[in-house]
Structures are given as C-alpha cells and as structure tokens.
Design a binder for this molecule. Structure first.
Ligand code: CP
Length: 316
C-alpha cells in the first residue's frame, strides 16, 4: 500500500509497484464487466490541475476518479486566473478551500509536483502527472502493466524482459520514470538515440546505450518509441526530420525484424511519420491503444491506494 504522494517512480519499492499493478489488474477485471463504477472513494474530491496540455493523462485520471465514485474538479491553466498571473501557491490554496483530497498535477517545470507536496499550501495527496522533463510515474506504471499483460511474463516481475527505449531521451519524463520502474522490476533496458538526445550523466543510469537501432531491434521484447518533443527544442538536435526518421524511426522494414512476440509501445501523442510510421503504429504488434486503456485501471489503483479507499469488493 502506498501512502502520502506519488511524485517519482523512485518513490515505489519493487513490492509496492507490484502490489499496485496487482490492484490495477483486479480493478480492470471489475470495470471490464457490466458495472464499471465502484463506491470506494465516495465523498472524496480529486482535482486535476493541468498547467500543460494533455489528452490521455487528464482524461484517464478523470475516468479513474469517477469510476471510484470520487467527485472530480478539472482545472486547466488556460482560461483560469493563472493567465492573470496567479501563483501556484494561490491556486493550491484555492483548491484547499474546495476540499481537495488528491491533486493530480501536470506542470511544465520539473519539480513542480514536489514543490506542491513539500509546502503546506494544501493538505492533499499529490500525484505527479508529468513535470517538465523530469518524471511521469503513472505512465511508467501503465507501461509496466501493459508489458506484463502482453508478454505474460512467467515471473511476477519483468526479469528476462528486454526493453528498447528509442528516441528523445533527453526531454522525456516518460523515459526517466520507465528506466527507474522497469529496471526495479528486473527488465533489461537499452536506450537507442543520437548522442545529442541523451542527457549528461547517462553512463550512471542502469541502462545500456546504443546508437544503432537496426542492430538492437531483433533482440528486444519491447520497443518503446518516444515522441520527438519539438516544443522543448530550442536548438537543432538532428540534421533534418527525414534523417532522424531514417536512422531512428520505426518503419515496416524494422518492424519485420522484431521477434514474433515482441510488442511496439508509444506513450503518445505520436508524431506519425517522424519517430513512428503510420503502419507501425497501427500494426498488430502495436499495443498503443492498450496502453491508453490500461492507464485508467492503473490510475484507479493509485487513487485507491493514496486515498485509502474502502475494500474493492465492498459495494455498499
Ligand atoms: N502519455 C501522455 O502523457 O499523454 P498526454 O500528454 O496526452 O497526457
């Protein structure tokens, strides 16, 4: 059972992560049935506090909270008093006044979720839904859930599973959280990227580095393609998009090199035709839509644990 906040994948021990994934599996089985709604968080209030754009994360947290019968307040910085200069502190204190029990925060600044959790501005569980280029822990949890689901790993953890993470590692909070979580669960991780898109200090991470996708792709169980984050690139990190795509993009020729049971993942949103071709994204090996679906069950599990919900089987 996790308590407090979920700010980083590093906050979770291996047992805590595996327990969360087991709870998510139980919740997925229930909500796949005719009665999708559980009363377990009745009376609790979950605030989605989004200072950056989101489709999947915001919608799935909202769906997850509603399926657990919590009240949901959606706050988007666009159209709010943030555009008039209101600070994070004043925004947090407003949410405190609304009686928030959990705040799901996405922010463009690395460390914003921790700042909210560390201050006494608000007495609520804080869940990091993506902070700058730092972390996105619930994305890593849903990715681990999806890998376990598709590879039917014999072990309860991810021992023996080889994961390639390909592309813009430098700007990717998804990569950071996945490296922390998947390595903790026993997966072997290989990062494939041009040197310009790898962060300083990467040699100290529990990963192997490669610059050659073609030499790696036939050996992996999972290929996780990352979005090229053009909006975070002030400089030129590769000569042209065409050149990047030729060297590091997933296309049908590379797809054909994958092992029979290997899967293709992408956290979304995708740049179709840049890091992943349309036929690769839509191939039978692609589990990208399952990632989105599993996000709901995983986020239900996180809210359930952090807010101390009533037992899952208790429908009174
Ligand atoms: N994967 C992810 O975080 O997607 P959104 O930006 O749409 O939430």
């Amino acid at each position: 059972m996790i308590t407090g906040h979920l700010l980083s994948a590093a906050d979770l021990s291996k047992d805590e992560a595996l327990n969360l994934l087991a709870t998510a599996k139980e919740l997925a089985a229930i909500t796949d049935g005719p009665n999708k709604k559980l009363p377990t968080l009745r009376g609790k209030t979950v605030v989605n506090l989004f200072f950056e754009d989101s489709t999947r994360t915001r919608i799935s947290f909202e769906t997850a909270a509603k399926r657990l019968s919590a009240d949901v307040i959606n706050f988007s910085a666009k159209g709010s008093s943030v555009s008039k200069g209101e600070s994070l502190k004043d925004t947090a204190q407003t949410l405190q006044a609304m009686g928030a029990d959990a705040v799901v925060i996405r922010h463009g600044s690395s460390g914003a979720a921790k700042r909210l959790a560390d201050t006494q501005w608000i007495q609520a569980a804080v869940i990091n839904a993506g902070d700058g280029t730092h972390e996105h822990p619930t994305q890593a949890l849903l990715d681990a859930f999806t890998i376990k689901q598709h590879l039917r790993a014999k072990e309860s953890d991810l021992s023996g599973v080889k994961v390639l993470i390909v592309g813009d590692i430098l700007h990717s909070r998804v990569a950071r959280s996945n490296i922390l979580l998947l390595s903790k669960l026993g997966a072997e991780i290989v990062l494939v990227a041009p040197p310009t898109l790898l962060p300083v200090g990467i040699d100290k991470w529990p990963v192997k580095i490669s610059y050659d996708l073609d030499s790696e792709i036939g050996e992996c169980d999972v290929v996780m393609m990352l979005r090229i984050q053009l909006e975070r690139m002030a400089d030129s990190f590769f000569p042209t998009e065409r050149e990047y795509s030729r060297r590091y993009g997933l296309n049908s020729a590379r797809l054909a090199k994958l092992k029979k049971n290997s899967i293709v993942m992408h956290p979304g949103p995708m740049n179709r035709g840049l890091e992943i071709s349309a036929d690769s994204a839509d191939d039978l090996k692609s589990v990208i839509v399952d990632q989105v679906k599993n996000g709901v069950a995983v986020r239900m599990a996180v809210l359930y644990e952090l807010l101390g919900g009533a037992p899952i089987g208790d429908s009174k």
